[in-house]
Design a protein around this ligand. Structure first.
Ligand SMILES: *Cc1c(COP(=O)(O)O)cnc(C)c1O
Length: 430
């Protein structure tokens, strides 16, 4: 039998770093990545036959659990009819209609194959629509690996960013301004300097790529006002939060907290594919009509709206609309976080957490961080030890402290209490 270690060794000969997406390599936490052979419900199994309670869920898509019978049936039926046609299908319309029904800010949607592609296309659309070049992003928010978005803050306040990856020329990010998350003052200064040249501001309204950090309501309210005042589009990157923190995504929550609130464009991925390569960007018809073939903004994809992926996404979106789905998902995710924080308190370990819908984060500190610098100010030593203590006890958490976690509808109360029991032992071992 192959072991995780022997597979990792073999993988590194043919695949750079042995993985096809860097976080899978366990670099942040050390140790050997688990090679997964199968998954069912809330569980995954590795090459050594070890079972884990899965809190990654493919980084968000598996909200109904792995191998849900209704999703499986939809995919199996679709596969028999053909893998890809490169021509329109009725199922694409059905999925588009389903998304638009759940996202009132959008009137039209275009399907693509990855969150990266959706984010990149939304920015091109924002630039094409406004005729402007500059954009604002926030430190710690991840919007995929498009060149213009692989940027960290420059030295001064509201200056242009520096590439965070080799291979991204400085000229390519010269229009990207990187600001601190939740910092109203910086936001106002950036708008007063660059507001009339801004095509858009892109944000994870509930940031899941720096652990779990909510945009504050006053910050979001001011951001919306400034975008409207200066004619810049507010782009919500809901690749992680869409159909995950609530049925209507993060924007439905901010609409509750800020009357009349809505973003101009929205970017989706993860849950809408149910585990298949599928993502989307959406907005008002007036903006979306700028896209080819109607308008001058070019955008295309050989596998866009793929018939198998759309079948998977559609079946998933149907399931999450069942009555009580989000209530019970939220309740279980809440039970996990309160169980973890209680166990840590008993063990005398500082830990705080937050959650919305089926998404959560926890942090070895007394207070939740409000921005990327605060997240990174804490060392990862404690998290890394905790991660391995949990993994050894059959609980599979994200292998880095700056990633959010995910609970699915397949996680039972028993899974949650087993996880909390494992955490009690792990805290004792810390
Ligand atoms: C995962 C993610 C992306 C990128 O999506 P991919 O499908 O991995 O390209 C973009 N934005 C956010 C907020 C994400 O969480």
């Amino acid at each position: 039998m192959s072991t995780n270690a022997s597979l990792f060794e073999r993988a590194q000969r043919s695949i750079p770093g042995g993985v096809n997406s860097p976080v899978r390599a366990f670099r942040a936490v050390g140790g050997t990545p688990r090679f997964i052979t199968r998954a069912q419900g809330a569980y995954i199994w590795d090459a050594e036959g070890q079972q884990y309670i899965d809190y990654i869920g493919s980084w968000g898509p598996m909200i109904v659990g792995h191998g849900h019978p209704a999703v499986l049936e939809a995919v199996q039926k679709a596969v028999v009819d053909g893998f890809s046609f490169g021509a329109p299908t009725e199922r694409e319309i059905e999925l588009a209609e389903e998304i638009l029904k759940l996202v009132p800010s959008a009137e039209q949607v275009r399907l693509v194959s990855s969150g990266t592609e959706a984010g990149m296309s939304a920015i091109r659309l924002a630039r094409g629509y406004t005729g402007r070049s500059k954009l604002i992003k926030f430190e710690g928010c991840y919007h995929g690996h498009a060149d213009a978005l692989l940027v960290k803050a420059g030295s001064g306040l509201a200056t242009f960013g520096h590439p965070t990856s080799a291979g991204v020329p400085p000229e390519v990010v010269q229009h990207t301004i990187v600001l601190e998350y939740n910092n109203v003052e910086q936001l106002e200064q950036a708008f007063s300097e660059h507001g009339h040249h801004l095509a858009c501001v892109m944000i994870e309204a509930i940031a899941g790529n720096m652990n779990f950090v909510r945009a504050s309501v006053p910050f979001m309210k001011r951001l919306r006002e400034l975008c409207t005042e200066y004619g810049a589009l507010l782009v919500f990157d809901e690749v992680m939060t869409g159909f995950r923190v609530a049925l209507g995504g993060a924007q439905s929550l901010f609409a509750q907290w800020i009357p009349g609130f809505k973003p101009d464009l929205s970017v989706f991925g993860k849950v809408i594919g149910g585990g298949m390569p599928l993502a989307a960007f959406a907005g008002p018809t007036e903006i979306m009509a700028q896209l080819a073939p109607l308008g001058p903004v070019y955008q295309a994809g050989t596998l866009s709206g793929n018939p198998v992926a759309t079948a998977c996404g559609l079946a998933t979106l149907k399931l999450i609309q069942q009555p009580g789905f989000f209530e019970s998902l939220s309740q279980r995710t809440g039970a996990l976080i309160s169980g973890l924080t209680d166990a840590a308190r008993t063990a005398g370990i500082p830990l705080c957490g937050d959650h919305l819908g089926g998404m959560f984060g926890f942090f070895f500190a007394d207070q939740l961080p409000q921005n990327y610098a605060a997240v990174m100010a804490h060392g990862s030593t404690r998290f890394n030890r905790f991660f391995h203590e949990m993994l050894d006890r059959g609980v599979y958490l994200a292998p880095a402290m700056y990633e959010a976690g995910f609970v699915s509808a397949a996680h039972t109360d028993k899974d949650i209490s087993q996880t909390i029991d494992a955490a009690k032992q792990a805290f004792a071992a810390l």
